[in-house]
Design a protein around this ligand. Structure first.
Ligand code: PLP
Length: 369
């Protein structure tokens, strides 16, 4: 199998595989139990929290483990969070991940004013427009993607945060697709909240985290026991948390230059197939592993299926939106037509992909198109 769908999920990292084989059976204690066995589990979790906090250059107390980025995002873009923090307006972009858009949709039903910031043809946020919205609606909650999951376009988060802070807005950053693939210092970015997911970097599914700069601002989304300093109830997912830490450790070994070279080689070769083929957002600042390609007049679902028959896994958009037949709203949000969007395919690479896989995919595409 050739797996070029790493933005949907990626292979368990080596240390995670090792842990699944050995550690999964032993670590079954409840970290909230008072006995020594429970406390050993708690110590392991706290060690992992510390490792992850150091990785992100933040403090341990600012890291809250969740069931994934979807939960993290829903904890912030949440009617209760907004009402308790007296937030009456949200600024975001129409190119966000579905979890953000759905949460925003609910906020709207609860009377929160939604302000959509404009973007250019690459999906880059219009900073002037952001400034004018933040000025008109100070103390809003702003939520943006760091890296777009479909196009790989990276936002200028430092400037976005500076503008938002100037007008007293809180900033949430969906950092899922940046983790491991892009060097950043969460503290220096200055955001108030950030969401992450383990399975995008080689950890288990069903575990993520929420960074909270000021835990006093946070309103628990899930109530129950006193886990996570009372901020997120539910028995600790020790295996998920362990996998997150191990995957992060392994991600330090990723050679981002070689992923970039592989992606660039793929794009160079794909452009030779037909002179009408286009690389979406080609000239924007993009993450190293993502390529979104327009194949003129070819239905993307048919191409993806043909590639799948050749044991090549790609995607026609976000995995979370699959099942819908609608062409990608992200590509349409770049100013493209529905028709254009229905001919676009995302190829997302990882450290384990090799040049021979690119060559085989190009050969398969030659047959298909
Ligand atoms: N945000 C982005 C940018 C994503 O790519 C994803 C995963 O599809 C999510 C949020 C949701 O993450 P999770 O699968 O951990 O709920």
């Amino acid at each position: 199998m050739i797996y070029f769908d790493n933005n949907a999920t990626t292979k368990f990292s080596l240390r995670v595989q090792e842990y699944l084989r050995k550690g999964f059976i032993d670590n079954w204690g409840n970290a909230s139990s008072e006995h020594l066995f429970g406390q050993t589990t708690k110590d392991i979790i706290e060690g992992d929290r510390e490792y992850i906090a150091n990785f992100l250059n933040v403090l341990k107390k600012n890291i809250l483990f969740t069931s994934g980025a979807t939960e993290s995002i829903n904890s912030i873009l949440n009617p209760i969070f907004c009402s308790e923090n007296k937030i009456t307006s949200v600024i975001s972009s129409k190119l966000e991940h579905q979890s953000t858009l759905s949460a925003i949709d609910r906020l709207k039903k609860h009377g929160v004013k939604i302000l959509w910031v404009k973007n250019d043809e690459n999906g880059v946020i219009d900073l002037k427009n952001l400034e004018s919205l933040a000025k008109q609606f100070p103390q809003s909650l702003a939520s943006f993607l760091y890296v777009n999951n479909e196009t790989g376009v990276i936002q200028d988060v430092k400037t976005i945060t500076r503008i938002c802070k100037e007008f007293g807005c809180l900033v949430h950053l969906d950092s899922v697709q940046a983790l491991g693939k892009y060097n950043f210092d969460l503290l220096k970015l200055g955001v108030d909240f950030a969401s992450f997911s383990a399975h995008k970097i080689g950890g288990l599914k069903g575990v993520g985290l929420l960074y909270i700069k000021n835990p006093d601002n946070f309103v628990p989304f899930i109530l129950g026991g006193g886990q996570e300093q009372g901020l997120r109830a539910g028995t600790y997912n020790i295996n998920g948390i362990r996998s997150f830490r191990f995957a992060l450790e392994d991600s330090k070994k990723w050679n981002l230059d070689s992923i970039t070279n592989l992606r660039n080689k793929f794009e160079e070769e794909v452009l030779k197939l037909n002179d009408k083929i286009k690389i979406n957002c080609q000239n924007a600042n993009r993450i190293c592993n993502t390529s979104n390609i327009y194949f003129p007049n070819l239905p993307n679902q048919a191409v993806a299926l043909d590639l799948s028959r050749n044991n090549i896994c790609v995607s026609t958009g976000s995995a979370c939106s699959s099942g819908t037949t609608d062409p990608s709203y992200v590509i349409q949000g770049l100013g493209q037509t529905k028709n254009y969007a229905s001919s676009c395919i995302r190829f997302s690479f990882a450290y384990f992909n090799i040049h021979n896989e690119v060559n085989r995919t190009i050969e398969a595409l030659k047959q298909i198109i």
